[in-house]
Design a protein around this ligand. Structure first.
Ligand SMILES: Nc1nc2c(c(=O)[nH]1)N[C@H]1C(S)=C(S)[C@@H](COP(=O)(O)O)O[C@H]1N2
Ligand SMILES: [Mo]
Length: 425
């Protein structure tokens, strides 16, 4: 890591030297960037090609240390550039509600399991890594992803929105860790333990109440992400994966699990996160995310070169299990045809779909619709409006967050090949 850093410094120095040169001379376009000091430095830890420059994009509320107010931030995954069902870890979306503890020393970190258990346990990372492990593909999605209401939703409603704007708060990784059920069995779950409280090591103490049935089902205490350790932003050295449920359950920098007999109703889960009903009351205990999908190519902000063949591709996922079917409409929703699902098709994971398409150069609206293993079908925006009993004005005038917004995403292709977000066109 140090050598990589110094390689970077050298690179910057060289760039500065080049910039100095450039003051008196024109640097030819496409000039090769200066080489790092040594091949060893270049290859110590890989970088992507400098021609590939998309990044996370984020809202960053970062008042100075000690100031009152939120230090929330959210950075969106450039999902339209993702080439498989896996999100590259450096681009995994990131939401943190406070001071990210960026440098937790794994040798010092502990996981405490206590409360209504026969034997309270404390695990070191090394102890956890000796236990039977599993690797599973799972998405993490914030329940606010795609939320289209009010001023915060304006970026989602804009015709110029990209898939990063509309769907960038979901990502998928291959997570490696210990099934939580195994740890809880070791501790001995007592009768009357109906909920678990998971706590993170970030200073605001992110807490989440999770029913014991889910804890014993498919929760994972993960230390691995896509073959290396969990990234610092994703919760290094340990995070909870609560497959298919709202992102907020996936506690990062996990340090404590307490078995209790009722939910704690922490600030985040009681006042901040729940979706509001029309009467202003919160919808509590809404955990699982429904079937969703988005076409990532072509998608908002992209440009088609002209009529001819294009493969339509995108991602589909559901908190209810595996994706069984994705249908594509290329005529504004009149007719639908099956897309091909690409392996791996995993439960509660992004699934990539592809569909061959010939563009005739006319205006068209492209849409994808997913169905999961329980036969739940992704709704249209109109269907969601009906369920919520809201009219079109509600989206622009209300400041309520419509969480779990999983509407079918329409992209409009104009005659000039430009692609617009047609959700509110
Ligand atoms: N400790 C801790 N865990 C946390 C959060 C947090 O702020 N602190 N944010 C939650 C929310 S709201 C979401 S959507 C997911 C985001 O996970 P990611 O940052 O790995 O994408 O983490 C959850 N776990
Ligand atoms: Mo979230």
């Amino acid at each position: 890591m140090n050598s990589r850093k110094s390689g970077r410094r050298q690179f910057l120095k060289n760039s500065a030297a080049l910039a100095g040169l450039a003051a008196g001379a024109i640097v030819p376009a496409g000039a090769t960037p200066p080489a790092p000091e040594t091949v060893e430095q270049l290859h110590a830890y890989g970088e992507r090609s400098p021609f590939e420059n998309w990044t996370r994009k984020g809202k960053h509320l970062w008042p100075p240390e000690g100031a009152s107010g939120s230090r929330d931030y959210g950075f969106r995954n450039p999902i339209q550039h993702q080439l498989s069902m896996i999100t590259p870890a450096p681009l995994h979306f990131t939401i943190s509600h406070g001071h990210e503890p960026r440098n937790i020393d794994p040798a010092q970190h502990r996981l405490l399991i206590h409360g209504l258990v026969d034997r309270p346990l404390i695990f070191t990372l090394d102890e956890l890594k000796r236990l039977p492990s599993v690797s599973r593909f799972h998405f993490v999605e914030c329940n606010a992803n795609s939320g289209p209401t009010g001023p915060a939703g304006a970026a989602r409603r804009a015709p110029t929105a990209t898939a990063q704007d509309t769907h960038g708060l979901t990502s998928c990784s291959l997570w490696t860790g210990v099934p939580l059920s195994l740890l809880l069995q070791q501790a001995g779950v007592q009768k009357g333990a109906t909920w678990m409280i998971a706590e993170g090591a970030d200073p605001p103490k992110h807490l989440k109440s999770i029913p014991i049935e889910k804890a014993m089902d498919d929760c994972l205490v993960a230390y691995g992400q896509n073959g290396e350790t969990v990234r610092p932003e994703q919760g290094y050295p340990l995070r909870m994966i609560v497959a298919g449920w709202e992102g907020i359950n996936n506690v990062k920098w996990l340090r404590r699990i307490k078995l209790v007999d009722q939910p704690y109703m922490d600030m985040r889960e009681s006042t901040k996160y729940p979706s509001l009903r029309l009467d202003g009351n919160a919808r509590w205990f809404q955990f699982e995310l429904g079937p969703k999908s988005v076409i990532t190519r072509p998608s908002g902000g992209q440009q088609l070169a002209g009529p001819g063949f294009y493969e339509i591709s995108g991602l589909a996922w559901s908190g209810g299990g595996a994706i069984r079917r994705v249908e594509i409409s290329t005529d504004g929703g009149k007719t639908w045809s099956d897309a091909q699902l690409q392996d791996p098709v995993a439960r509660k994971a992004h699934t990539r779909f592809v569909f061959p398409w010939e563009w005739n150069g006319e205006e068209v609206v492209l849409q994808s619709r997913s169905t999961d293993e329980r036969n739940e079908v992704q709704p249209t925006r109109d269907e969601i409006s009906k369920i919520w009993k809201i009219d079109n004005d509600y989206y622009t005038t209300s400041t309520n967050l419509i969480g779990h917004f999983n509407a079918i995403q329409p992209w409009k292709i104009n005659r000039d090949g430009s692609v617009l977000n047609a959700l509110f066109l």
